[in-house]
Design a protein around this ligand. Structure first.
Ligand code: SF4
Length: 181
């Protein structure tokens, strides 16, 4: 099976890498895609799985406050984190995790290489190395990535997690190059 033209290589990207329109107000660095990152995976013949945007799905495009962009980013991110940890949001995150895990398991079962999961550092949802908490950027993971890693652990699936910042493209490209090595 699957001996057609496909590369059998995939990566999971945070939703906003492919769609900057999903990001919280005031934080988009690009008009649509993070082109360099997308081009990198195209060039390397790696299929892109766009993960859901947890904040959009749980809190909406305005994250539940139209004045969000008026606050410093880490202050607003802390508010978003608190909202994501409320029972109603947690209930909405669970199916998103399940759908993501389902795809990972299908690709694994069929012998595809999953080169990694790419998140967005500082994000209260998708941070991998850093996140926002107590009005600061701190070491740690976002709510969605933490839950995803916990589920993967239960399934005994080990994947590389790489955190990037779209405002720091040089470091980003270095991390992605290391990830697919
Ligand atoms: S970092 Fe995560 S929650 Fe934030 S916009 Fe991107 S995909 Fe959505």
């Amino acid at each position: 099976m699957f001996t057609d033209a496909r590369s059998k290589k995939v990566v999971l990207l945070a939703h906003c890498i492919l769609n900057q329109n999903s990001i919280s107000d005031g934080t988009a660095d690009f008009p649509s895609q993070v082109k360099k990152v997308v081009q990198f995976f195209l060039k390397n013949k790696i299929g892109i799985i766009q993960m859901p945007c947890p904040e959009l799905m749980c809190l909406g495009l305005d994250r539940g406050d139209v004045h969000g962009a008026e606050r410093p980013v880490v202050v607003e991110n802390t508010r978003i984190r608190t909202s994501l940890n409320k029972p109603n949001s947690k209930k909405k995150i669970q199916p998103l995790i399940k759908q993501t895990i389902h795809q990972i398991k299908e690709y694994k079962k069929n012998g595809f290489s999953i080169l990694g999961v790419v998140g967005i550092n500082r994000s209260p949802s998708c941070g991998i190395n850093t996140t926002s908490m107590n009005d600061k950027e701190v070491s740690g993971q976002g709510v969605f990535m933490k839950a995803l890693q916990e589920e993967l652990k239960k399934e005994k699936i080990n994947l590389k997690f790489v955190g990037i910042k779209t405002s720091k493209m040089k470091e980003t490209m270095k991390s992605l190059t290391e990830m697919i090595r």
